[in-house]
Design a protein around this ligand. Sequence first.
Ligand code: ADP
Length: 228
Amino acid sequence: MIRLTDIHKQYENGTRALKGVSVQIDDGEFVFLVGPSGSGKSTIIKLITGEVQPTEGRLMVNGYNMTDISPKQIPLMRRTLGVVFQDFRLIEKKTVSQNLEVAMRAVGANTREIQRRIPYILKLVGLTGKENQKVTQLSGGEQQRVAIARALANNPSVIIADEPTGNLDPARSLEIMSLLEKINEMGTTILVVTHEKELVNRFDKRVIAIESGRIISDAAGGYYNNVL
Ligand code: ADP
């Protein structure tokens, strides 16, 4: 569960990125976070991942109190999150399997666990047969599937996807969003930041809209209406 309580974030240069944001995302939810550029979406993501700290307010992430988390606990908290980016951020000279293996080794998984889990995850994301391909030899849609597979490798409770379809054509974007929906149906909480109105409107999900550092609507049944 992720809970922001009256969060304010002011950056060192004085920019007030968030002005009193309160929101709770329960385990198992699928949530779109939408809003214009500069509205504070990335700041919310970075607060959740622990990359930035709130100026004021309380923040809980999967049982960790982020306002007084110790440096030792940060890596443990991060293991509860899988993050997917617009630009994939894969290790380009490595294969599909190796990209997943690196993520699993980083948290101490052994060879047996790795050999058991990688085929399962690749099947889940529809990449069976691509294990030994270099990621640079894959299409954009396939690379994003690898990134999603890597995010899932350590079995996080939440996947955060920051503009995951920003570099993909509409058909590929729909496939990626449908894959995230399938992963959500299997129990993982999903938080997707996106600009893509049409895509949001095709999925019947909770939509949190933010503008100028404030939540301006939060409605189930996902329509990007009366916003923007
Ligand atoms: P979004 O993701 O919705 O585009 P951001 O959270 O990136 O919005 O930005 C919100 C506001 O905070 C913007 O005015 C942006 O310029 C500012 N901002 C973001 N990061 C920083 C930073 N590191 N230092 C100063 N200002 C920042």
